[in-house]
Design a protein around this ligand. Structure first.
Ligand SMILES: Cc1cc2nc3c(=O)[nH]c(=O)nc-3n(C[C@H](O)[C@H](O)[C@H](O)COP(=O)(O)OP(=O)(O)OC[C@H]3O[C@@H](n4cnc5c(N)ncnc54)[C@H](O)[C@@H]3O)c2cc1C
Length: 461
């Protein structure tokens, strides 16, 4: 049994930086990774998808170029090249992160699958088939999540795609049927439409991006439909059938009516599930909820003292920046002796459709639910000088403010650079800057953020 001060399982957006910093702080640390260094964000999530979003945008702009007086007469999609560009960027990040970790004194990087054998003991099935038993008083779980596959008749008999396997395609599917109208499904759906696929999106709720306000969902649907993406809501696939090597027929219930959709490929994007099933958590006595998420307190410690769970696996908001923030909380509490917690942290996020959907704080639905005394400021992108000049006036900005204190409580920006504009409002929220102050700020002209003046000028005092 090899002894360490700290064991980190999973090299995601919390585990990788935490392992390095613990070793640099003088703790003998081991990080175990069963697949690729860097986890989901680097290998199957943010990095690869955003490189493809960039390629898809180039295709979209080529198609639109005539509107800007620069007609591109003919353009094509070179999918092997698009894939290679993505693979190169992913490899750079994966290998860069791995090599940096391997150079840290006091840090062992081990490739293999870790499972608990006792409360503070772990067995690692190494890539060469051998086993290594290790022990530490401090254990950090950053094992992430994987695509959730629903039980639908015939689904396992077709070669369906997930957000991971779709990234291996080096050709453009003829007709992509996407199960799920949330951020992963919509990002892939729009990008493959732009690469030339026919795309149908099925969403079982009444609207896509259903955790956002209704007007946001409606505008998003209009934007996607303008690109000839077929969006079916109240829609659930109930059965799949595939002719030998041929087309797939999906039976779909839309508003209770049965419909057949014939497609060439199916992408399953209906959520993610924590990778805790093979971790042997029962051996350590670590508790999970009914979905398999590891239960943690506000300081990210599990019910077992000294065992922490960070990132997607603790069931918090599943974003890279939240996983990273989990790491800073745990590290600063342990090493810098602070008392930080997840309570009341702002959770910004951005969906990288084009245009982007940036969101922070509460929306109108939440303000209503909480019975707050609030006002709503809304500005269509069609009234934003920068958007008009750039030729993209899709979407709108929306902010919720406290009627009395004038504090900004939340913002959703669906529009070009929506994530960046949202971040400006996030800074105001973090700094306690009120909307009547933002109204008269001097912003450089003509930036998108300049229109934050107008967003709040529309509000009566
Ligand atoms: C298609 C897609 C697009 C996304 N886009 C964005 C985006 O634009 N912005 C954003 O903020 N978020 C995005 N996300 C979410 C984001 O990728 C995750 O929230 C983020 O990577 C945090 O993951 P994590 O740190 O919890 O763990 P992960 O990054 O998932 O890492 C967990 C690691 O643990 C390893 N592991 C698991 N079990 C074991 C074991 N028993 N032994 C050893 N190793 C193990 C896994 O192999 C994996 O490498 C996206 C996700 C997907 C799927």
């Amino acid at each position: 049994m090899k002894k360490f001060d700290a064991i980190v399982i999973g090299s995601g957006q919390a585990g990788a930086p935490l392992a390095k910093k613990l070793a640099l702080a003088g703790m003998k640390t081991v990080i175990i990774e069963k697949r690729f260094y860097g986890g989901t964000c680097v290998n199957d999530g943010c990095t690869p998808t955003k490189t493809w979003v960039a390629s898809a945008k180039a295709a979209y702009m080529a198609g639109k170029s005539v509107d800007l007086g620069v007609p591109v007469k003919k353009f094509g999609i070179n999918m092997p090249k698009i894939k290679k560009r993505k693979d190169d960027i992913v490899m750079q990040s994966r290998i860069g992160g791995q090599h940096a970790a391997e150079k840290v004194k006091g840090l062992d990087v081990v490739f293999g699958e870790a499972t608990f054998t006792g409360e503070k003991t772990v067995s690692v099935k190494l890539k060469n088939g051998k086993k290594q038993n290790i022990q530490a008083d401090l254990i950090f779980l950053n094992v992430g999540a994987k695509p959730f596959i629903p039980e639908i008749e015939g689904l396992n008999e077709i070669k369906y795609l997930t957000s991971t396997t779709i990234l291996d395609l080096d050709y453009v599917p003829e007709h992509l049927l996407v199960l799920g109208g949330n951020y992963i499904g919509l990002e892939f759906g729009q990008m493959f439409r732009r690469f030339g696929s026919k795309v149908t999106i099925l969403e079982k709720s009444a609207r896509i991006v259903s955790r956002e306000d209704e007007d946001i969902s409606a505008e998003m649907q209009t934007i996607l439909e303008a690109e000839q993406i077929s969006v079916l809501t109240h829609a659930q696939a109930t059965k799949f059938k595939q002719k030998a090597g041929g087309k797939i027929t999906a039976t779909v219930s839309v508003n209770g009516e049965e419909k057949k959709v014939r497609c060439s490929h199916v992408l399953v994007a209906v959520g993610r599930t924590p990778q805790t099933d093979k971790l042997g958590l029962d051996k350590a006595g670590v508790k999970t909820d009914d979905k398999g998420n590891i239960k943690v307190n506000a300081k990210l410690e599990t019910n077992v003292k000294g065992i922490y769970a960070l990132g997607d696996v603790n069931g918090g908001p599943a974003f890279t920046h939240i996983s990273y923030n989990d790491y800073t909380i745990v590290y600063r509490n342990l090493i810098e002796k602070q008392s930080l917690s997840t309570t009341d942290r702002l959770v910004p996020y951005c969906m990288f459709t084009d245009p982007q959907l940036g969101r922070v704080g509460i929306d109108e639905t939440e303000a209503k639910k909480q019975g707050l005394d609030y006002k709503v400021a809304k500005l269509p992108m069609a009234h934003v000088a920068r958007a008009i000049e750039t030729g993209d006036t899709r979407g709108f900005m929306k902010a919720i403010v406290d009627a009395k204190t004038k504090r900004i409580l939340g913002a959703t920006v669906l529009g070009p650079e929506g994530g960046e504009i949202m971040t400006v409002l996030q800074m105001a929220m973090e700094g306690g800057i009120t909307y009547d102050e933002v109204r008269y700020f001097i912003f450089a002209h003509p930036l998108y953020s300049e229109s934050l003046n107008n967003l709040f000028l529309a509000l009566e005092d």
